[in-house]
Design a protein around this ligand. Structure first.
Ligand SMILES: NC(=O)c1ccc[n+]([C@@H]2O[C@H](COP(=O)([O-])OP(=O)(O)OC[C@H]3O[C@@H](n4cnc5c(N)ncnc54)[C@H](O)[C@@H]3O)[C@@H](O)[C@H]2O)c1
Length: 267
């Protein structure tokens, strides 16, 4: 197998949920660069359309924008059906949508039950709905790659003093619970779907440094990271994504690929 054949996705169809911005957009971009037609979902159709237009402008592929709130199973079923009908196939499904902290305080003692429920519903139940519907298309095809985006929050506890020092809210416990659920789901689903030729893997990113984070926080987080910095948009998620989406990972399933600059090593 040549390098080209290992990593190219020419003519394939890939869905990226929450693909209109940040990590989702980076993932859609690398898949498109590798030759896949991409379906970009967002809760806002306008955002999905803008991202799809950018993808089509920058790469020689087609892009289909879809509106999707993955908390609602009926919406997931409809979106996956549209994605599969678009070109009659579904090769890669990236469960990227998620995150969020809700309106209430993040500390468990002050957190509202509504925010806890919404967090689990978005990050775990929504991802499970997507896995279920993607599998319904992929099993009859006898092929497919599902990639679930978890987080290092699923693996390690947080030193919340760092967030407090920089006047930040910090991540709620329910986020860690949801992402740990995503990892459990990934492992079990990988075994369940392996006889059908479907690969299920996860990527657990560490913190990505963005303009909305206080510079002093970014500096401290980088200092606590073996590779000396936070993750970078436009670059650091792409390698893991193309590896798990392509033939390069054809003998890999049930993996959690940690992309955190080594942050979790020191915790
Ligand atoms: N940014 C980080 O540092 C980081 C670290 C670890 C893991 N992650 C995970 O990576 C993924 C992408 O993160 P990001 O930083 O690019 O997030 P982001 O907030 O920029 O994008 C998340 C996307 O998910 C979508 N989304 C949220 N709720 C949704 C719902 N109910 N239905 C459908 N779509 C919904 C949003 O509209 C958005 O497009 C998330 O799953 C996040 O938890 C991010």
């Amino acid at each position: 197998m040549t390098l080209e054949k290992l990593f190219r996705l020419d003519g394939q169809v890939a869905v990226v949920t929450g693909g209109a911005r940040n990590l989702g957009f980076d993932q859609a971009s690398i898949l498109a660069e590798a030759g896949a037609h991409v379906v970009i979902t967002s809760r806002t159709l306008v955002a999905a359309r803008e991202a799809a237009a950018r993808i089509m402008r920058d790469y020689k592929v087609e892009a289909l924008p879809l509106e999707l709130d993955q908390r609602d199973h009926a919406q997931v079923a409809a979106a996956v059906a549209k994605a599969a009908a678009w070109k009659g196939r579904l090769d890669v499904f990236i469960n990227n949508a998620g995150g969020g902290s809700g309106q209430s305080a993040s500390h468990l003692l002050e957190r509202s039950p509504a925010d806890v429920t919404d967090m689990i519903q978005t990050n775990l139940v929504g991802a499970l709905h997507c896995c279920q519907e993607a599998s319904r298309v992929m099993v009859p095809q006898k092929r497919g790659k599902i990639i679930n985006i978890a987080s290092i929050a699923a693996l390690i506890g947080r030193d919340r003093r760092m967030y407090v020092r920089h006047g930040m809210k910090g991540q709620p416990i329910d986020y860690a619970a949801a992402k740990a659920g995503v990892l459990g789901m990934t492992r079990d689903l990988a075994g369940l779907l392996s006889p059908h030729g479907i690969h299920v893997n996860a990527i657990s990113p560490g913190g990505f440094g963005r303009e909305n984070l206080p510079p002093a926080f970014r500096a401290e987080y980088g200092d606590r990271t073996p590779l000396g910095r936070m993750g970078r948009d436009g670059m650091d998620i792409k390698g893991a994504t193309i590896f798990l989406a392509s033939a390069a990972s054809d003998y890999v399933t049930g993996l959690n690929l940690v992309v955190d600059g080594g942050f979790s090593l020191w915790h």
